[in-house]
Design a protein around this ligand. Sequence first.
Ligand code: DON
Length: 304
Amino acid sequence: MHDRQALDAIYAHVQPLLGQGRVADYIPELAHVPREQFGMAIVKLDGEVLQVGAAEQRFSIQSISKLFALVLALQSEGEALWQRVGREPSGTPFNSLVQLEAEGGKPRNPFINAGALVVTDVLCSRFATPENALVGLMRRLSGNAALDYNLKVAQSERRHSDRNAAMAHFIASFGRLANPVDRVLDAYCSQCSIEMNCVELARAALLLAQHGSVPHSGERLLTPSLAKRISALMLTCGTYDAAGDFAFRVGLPAKSGVGGGIVALIPGRCGICVWSPGLDETGNSLAGTAALEMFTTLTERSIF
Ligand code: DON
């Protein structure tokens, strides 16, 4: 089936799922977002955009920011980054602390919260304002100079960040943070609060679909090898303890966020983003995962 037909079929198919799942109410500002919304966009390497539903409605990208923070950290640290954070799936929820104690404060991967805090620490050492560096990258990748982070959402999360604070202090107790915990948490919460829509995120994912260069500008930001590594991490760790089931059902590298977004890509072909705020019990968009599963099934295109 063609992509356009697939999007229309998906839109019809997900309607009964749209009231389901829970919004991320542990960040109070996100608790009010209506659950029934759904949008999906595909941006091809030649710039063609296909979209359905609320694909131009901005939402909180949350953990999807971890993907692009990793891009910035790898640009500055290269392979040395792996001394500070691992690259194995955790098999635990995104905000779990349990493995840190037995593993000397080194997080399993850069996509769980613990790993993302270490990545943010790297960015705090590298940039005066890491949140602005990340916003700058997202503006370049999406082609939209107006996007920004949402201070209200950032402050809301920061006021309720006991668990991430515990995690950051615990990592620091192993001597594994270079910057003050408060500084790292401020930057981390700001990064998570960046607001983008499906079209913008699908376009941003072209960086990886095009093996490290930005299609609309031709700019090379990553070597093909680093782009491959990041995409591999998306497949194995991008949806947390659901990564095995997600790979089984969808078969694409992807990164989710508790705002209900999931960004995915088909190497050499397109960036994809789907958004629907109702989450399943692992913190991934319920309708979004179903939509991506249907997309790869109907189009018969995945990485396998
Ligand atoms: O740190 C947190 O808990 C949130 N700012 C982000 C978590 C998240 O998006 C996990 N994704 N599925």
